[in-house]
Design a binder for this molecule. Structure first.
Ligand code: SF4
Ligand code: SF4
Length: 174
């Protein structure tokens, strides 16, 4: 590739621009040192940004009253997922009143676009997008979230209960 340089460009003088940039950087440095409360940046991870309650962060698989997964492995979330990042393996349940349940439920967090379609598609409030947004990991495998992480990670303190209750549904004949 050849680059054609016009005559004027050979005589360009950059020092003023460099000095201007240094002045702006120094000005903000001094200002921030003496007015820390007015800083527009946060000292992460000590300080964390407070997002709206509607924020769609890391997924949560909800549980029933007995702590088992609320998910019925209907596949609606996986079918609606535009990123095709949900993989479910369904199995029959030993309890005849439970039609199906997932023996494996995985979300590839590197493909997820946090659109919330899975949450909206679920008929039994079995999946939600919660307030957590940190997704740390050292290799690709760390970003495949399974049931343990989606439903029973320590931050969930034993699991988040679904709004849909089987007993109430049976009573209502749903
Ligand atoms: S938030 Fe969107 S992209 Fe992510 S798993 Fe749910 S449907 Fe798929
Ligand atoms: S999370 Fe909801 S939509 Fe997805 S398989 Fe389970 S019950 Fe169906």
């Amino acid at each position: 590739m050849s680059v054609v340089q016009r005559d004027g460009e050979t005589r360009k003088w950059y020092l003023l621009g460099v000095l201007g940039g240094l002045w702006i950087t120094g000005h903000h440095l001094i200002k921030n040192l003496f007015n820390r409360k007015q800083m527009i940046t946060l000292n992460y991870p000590e300080e964390k940004y407070e997002y709206s309650p509607r924020f769609k962060g890391n997924h949560v698989l909800t549980v029933k009253k007995d702590g088992s997964l609320r998910c019925t492995a209907c596949m609606l979330c996986a079918t609606n997922c535009p990123a095709e990042c949900i993989r479910i393996v369904a199995s029959e349940h030993e309890d005849p009143s439970v039609e199906k349940f997932p023996i494996s439920y995985e979300i590839d967090m590197l493909r997820c676009v946090f659109c919330g379609f899975c949450e909206e598609a679920c008929p039994v409030d079995a999946i939600r997008l919660g307030p957590e947004w940190q997704v740390p990991g050292l290799c690709g495998d760390n970003f495949i979230y399974g049931i343990d992480r989606l439903a029973y990670r320590p931050q969930l303190k034993g699991g988040i209960q679904s709004f849909v209750d089987d007993e109430e549904r049976h009573k209502a004949g749903i």
